[in-house]
Design a protein around this ligand. Structure first.
Ligand code: B12
Length: 654
């Protein structure tokens, strides 16, 4: 007898019927953009895939790296113009890259195809990239096959939920042979409003499409990213959600799944969690009878979420440390960022130099066949296995064995939860910080089902650091630990902790604001999913006493206007990092005029253009769009609060 909540849940862990897939779901997906949707002929695509050489098959390539004990580089790349993309890929081939995680631009990821076409046309007209990736749906199958055939290697495109199914259709028909089906990645960093049911339904479609190819002898792999770790937390939730993604895909017929292992910075903890992962995946895949779903290898991933060093010295340090962890771990491919990560979409040169450096470490260290073991690794591996099993078992229990139902209930209850996530349905009750050796621990567990033995060990490690630093670890530590690697430390040294304490919003401002709190609207504009910065700013403004309307990430420009008008706001503080803010904010001041709030204070900060460029250009461009103040990337918050106070005072608001 099912309970009423289960009855209200509209997803189940069940394979989609082939007839429903082919005749009901697929036509809907491909009708969104008929121009290239019409190019996706499944049977022709199966034949094309079978005509391609083995280096084009991701599963075979990864298995080959593993068999040879080598590490394949797995760098993200994607630029809008075809010729430039081919140049980049052939350049990557030259430094040994043969696995390509292919970055799709953000407009395509959200099916804003008119904007993708506009950005592509502008990129061709100006000769500089105006999109932050390759608009794969606009280019379509015929053009993308040219890209795929232009180099040696296998492709693994990225998308967000909204376009996931269509991108998969075009990608596989173009000869690409892997794609993440990571719906927890969408909840973490790419989709503000989607419900768990919507995410699972989308993932089941791509799984079914991959299953269709597999039934006809074409093995396409899916890499499992899980809940992206937005912050300094252990990888327990990340690995547990990867396993759940693998189960959802395997039920639809996926025969090859690849765990993506994040490096959070502490060597023993990172190596231990990598060693624990494959056994845990196998345990649950076999538990549900997916014994013929392979794991061709594991991919290492430089954690995608820590702010990156802006100076090249620290950037190389961070990249080479990641390469070292990879070389000492059982992984077959590794995604390292480039030295330009904090600056913008990387240049071809930065791609090349970075990968030569990482390759040096891969080759020199792997050749030595070092067996890297320690008591610390053994403890961390045990903690990981206990915690991940407890989380997956709890989700299965909540779903009475149906993992899809379990996910919906677990998210609602905060049993599945992670900090700094973009999605509004997340409970956001847990938080993490590093311990004295820099390993990631929880300081707030929320409703996570972490076993007592793991909690006891975790809390002991946190207490050790609190005693050493004579302070309680809290939100400020979480933030500092988030930036520490970008500053060349795993945890801040005492002198930096003292400086951080001094770098606060002044009590005078807090007192003045408290008297008559002005309203401030914050958020990240467009379809930009970067949310961590605006979450921090909103929290600091609230702690200063302002009344804050926090709109979060992926907020259309019009919503800022409405929120400011309807709440009588005195200022709007916009964040943008993905590089396309100028397109998103064309005519913004005019829209405010039209709403009768034309003189409102306007601030913007973040990475405001695509790629490495002079901030002075951004300042000029956004001042011309009517912004009062423009802030460079990584601008500290307290000085901007001082500016806000001064400007509001000058306007008689304070
Ligand atoms: C973490 C991260 C992600 C995470 C985001 C997680 C999340 N939920 O927020 C994930 C993995 C999801 C992600 C995705 C993408 N990312 Co990203 N990401 C980063 C990364 C590594 C760190 C950004 C970050 O969070 N920094 C820490 C926060 C706290 O800092 P912040 O946001 O800058 O905010 C601080 C200051 O800037 C300032 N500030 C910010 N806003 C404002 C506003 C005002 C008014 C003021 C006063 C101050 C201020 O105060 C904040 C607090 O200190 C950067 C590289 C880097 N900078 O190191 C790339 C980066 C920003 N990402 C990039 C890109 C392209 C993407 C993608 C678009 C890739 C793609 N094509 O899909 C996708 C996004 C898809 C989408 N729809 O937008 C590019 C941008 C390229 C460019 N502009 O040229 C970067 C630079 C990486 C790169 N080199 O390619 N990303």
């Amino acid at each position: 007898m099912t309970d009423s909540m289960t009855d209200s849940i509209n997803v189940r862990q069940r394979r989609i019927d082939e007839d429903v897939f082919l005749n009901e779901l697929r036509p809907q997906i491909l009708s969104v953009y008929p121009k290239t949707g019409a190019e996706c002929d499944l049977d022709e695509a199966v034949a094309y895939q079978k005509s391609l050489p083995d280096d084009k098959n991701f599963t075979k390539s990864l298995a080959k790296y593993r068999a040879e004990g080598k590490i394949g580089l797995f760098p993200r790349s994607g630029v809008p113009v075809v010729e430039r993309e081919i140049e980049l890929l052939q350049g990557l081939n030259a430094v040994g890259v043969q696995l390509f995680p292919f970055t799709t631009d953000s407009y395509t990821r959200n099916l804003q195809l008119d904007k993708a076409q506009q950005g592509l046309d502008e990129s061709i007209r100006t000769g500089s990239a105006k999109l932050n990736g390759y608009p794969i749906i606009t280019h379509g199958v015929k053009t993308t096959r040219r890209v795929v055939e232009s180099c040696v290697g296998a492709f693994d495109p990225r998308s967000s939920r909204v376009a996931n199914s269509f991108v998969g259709e075009v990608a596989f028909a173009s000869g690409m042979s892997a794609m993440p089906n990571s719906f927890f990645g969408w909840i973490a960093g790419y989709d503000k409003l989607a419900t768990a049911e919507e995410c699972i339904t989308t993932a089941q479609y791509l799984g079914r499409l991959i299953g269709y190819y597999a039934e006809r002898g074409v093995i396409i792999s899916t890499d499992c990213h899980g809940w992206l770790p937005n912050g300094t937390i252990p990888m327990y939730i990340n690995i547990a959600t990867q396993i759940i993604e693998a189960l959802i895909s395997a039920e639809q017929g996926v025969k090859s799944v690849v765990p993506l292992m994040n490096f959070q910075g502490n060597l023993a903890q990172d190596v231990a969690e990598i060693r624990a992962a494959e056994g845990l995946f196998r345990k649950y895949l076999d538990k549900f009878g997916y014994t013929d779903t392979l794991i061709p290898g594991l991919i290492g991933n430089q954690s995608s979420l820590f702010a990156f060093p802006r100076d090249i010295g620290n950037a190389y340090g961070y990249i080479n440390y990641t390469a070292m962890v990879a070389a000492l771990s059982p992984i077959a491919a590794c995604s390292v960022k480039t030295v330009d990560e904090a600056l913008g979409v990387p240049s071809v040169e930065s791609h090349m130099q970075t990968y030569q450096s990482a390759n040096w470490i891969f080759n020199v260290v792997r050749q030595q066949g070092i067996s890297f073991d320690s008591a610390q690794i053994a403890i961390e591996q045990r903690m990981c296995e206990l915690a991940v099993s407890a989380i997956v078992d709890k989700v299965l229990d909540m779903g009475d064995g149906d993992v899809a139902v379990g996910v919906v209930k677990a998210l609602e209850a905060g049993v599945l939860d992670s900090p700094f996530s973009i999605n509004v349905n997340v409970r956001d009750l847990c938080m993490g910080a590093r311990d004295l050796q820099g390993a990631c621990r929880y300081i707030e567990y929320g409703n996570l089902p972490i076993p007592d033995e793991v909690r006891a060990y975790n809390d002991e490690k946190i207490r050790e650091r609190e005693l050493a630093e004579h302070r309680k670890l809290g939100y400020k530590t979480t933030l500092a630990d988030f930036w520490s690697l970008s500053r060349g430390y795993i945890i801040d040294p005492p002198e930096r902790i003292a400086d951080a304490d001094a770098d606060e919003v002044t009590p005078e401002i807090v007192a003045a604001v408290g008297k008559n709190p002005p309203t401030i609207v914050t958020g990240t504009v467009g379809v930009d999913s970067h949310v961590i910065g605006t979450k921090i700013i909103s929290r600091v403004l609230r702690e200063t006493g302002f009344n804050v309307i926090a709109l979060g990430a992926q907020t259309p420009a019009e919503e800022f206007v409405e929120a400011a008008r309807d709440n009588g706001a005195s200022a709007i503080l916009i964040t943008s990092l993905y590089g396309m803010a100028q397109m998103d904010l064309q005519g913004f001041r005019d829209k405010l005029e039209a709403a009768g709030i034309g003189d409102i204070l306007l601030y913007i900060g973040g990475n405001l253009g695509v790629g490495k460029h002079d901030f002075a250009d951004d300042e000029r461009a956004f001042k011309a769009l009517g912004f009062d103040r423009v802030y460079p990337p990584d601008a500290p918050v307290p000085p901007s609060i001082q500016n806000l106070y001064d400007d509001l005072k000058a306007r008689g608001v304070l």
